[in-house]
Design a binder for this molecule. Sequence first.
Ligand code: HEM
Length: 497
Amino acid sequence: RKLRRSRSQAHPGRPPLPPGPAPLPFLGNVLGVNKDAPHLTYTAWSKTYGDIVYTRMLGQDIILLNSERVAVELLEKRSQKYSDRPVFAAADLFDYEWPSSSARYGPRFRLHRRLLHQVFHAKAALDYRERQLQRAYELLTRLLDDPARYAAHFTTFSASVVMGVTYGYDMKGGDTFVTSMQRASDIFLGIATPEIFALCIAFPFVKALPAWFPGMGWKSKAAECRRLVSDGLNTPYAWVKRRVEQGDTTPSMVADAIIRHRLEDDSNNPELVQAIKESAGTLYAASVETTHATLLVFVYLMMNHPEVQCRAQAEIDRVVAHQRLPDFEDRASLPYIDAVLRETMRSHPVTPIGVPHATTEDDVYEGCYIPQGATIIPNICRAMSHDEEKYPNPEVFMPERFLREDGTLNEDKVPYMFGFGRRLCPGRHVGDASLWSAMVCILTLFRIEKTEGSDNVKWSTGLARHPLPFPCRFIPRDEEMDCQKLASLIYASRIAL
Ligand code: HEM
């Protein structure tokens, strides 16, 4: 209350900022936030200050949206003002301004979105389903062969789906296409910490200091990051272009764009070529982490809820009768599996605070002033996914909450999990199909059980939240299942496709 008063006194005639905790000079409220699980702090603040909260961190205005209603009102209904991204002060040093996910709202953003939409809209995403199912069958083979490395297999599954969809590339293991981008992203996320961010905001001259200057050692890593980014963007594009020239017709986002826009010669439209490289390069990081994280949450939940596994497996067995693996034609006959998928996403959102938006203009909402350039954070976890009115007993894992009395699925597809408005996740249809195919295949073949150490699960911190790999057992439901029998099952399933 104090904060609201003092700020409106500083700007007479302007509505007050939304209520929020009183900040310290410069640092603002940064010290009061739970570093490992910021959504918990934001949720605690929402109990005191309401659905819309103002806070200030490291000189930045931040608005927290603590209900789905307010997030839809602002990020969707007023999306022309709420679709920018916050500027990351040091991104230029790492050449990390290119990803579509951090593109500022404007012509470049619109071009990226158009390219992504052309290949990932609901109908276009159907073209990738067979490939996704094949990758899910390969995942089963790996899980049967080496179950202890299930988390690594999830990464391979997620990466091979996205590399196929983006470049038409079949991964072989140790692929340099993938390692350049992965390494660049690791360097960027590892070094570009809030401290460096704060340093660059408070003392912009730091950006001009050389790498040998004391305390500036991280800058040589930034140079390596720039080299890897250039490699990760250019090499796979050149590879697809060569294949298109040779008459290869494998469908992929990049091949489709090269053919559609007649880009035989890069110099015809260098801006478009760069946008294709950048939007394609974004997909790896945007999809692998989220898909892999959701599958880890799924295993964690199945291990702790054998009764849910049993019901899901009974449903699958009724449909495929142990003769083959399920495919997308079966999806409508497997409502409980979809309920498990939705409840997995709801109960432990892997992006608990989404991806922040930013405002391009001042706004006034419900009598509160929202400044231009403010960072807008949708508090997905708790405030939306654990809204007690919408989800009674939100802490309980209960897939049935997504089923009507007659057993059919209800209307709630947990849309907030994929963000809002003009920044809504463009890969949501592909992501949904990847998750469904992996989950239904795993449930068909395995029972997931606890083992020694299973109760000691630790969770990751950062933008994506998921359990860190923990010990558990993948037990084939058919005791005689071996590689040969699985190969026959996969063969029978391909025939049925
Ligand atoms: C599987 C689970 C996934 C989840 C939970 C998820 C979630 C999200 C969220 C919350 C955002 C931010 C939306 C916003 O700012 O309002 C986002 C953005 C994005 N996602 Fe996903 N995503 C998933 C999978 C994928 C996949 C498979 C792809 C690509 C094939 C993808 C590509 C992107 C891109 C490019 C953006 C940036 C959009 C922009 O800034 O305009 N995502 N995603």
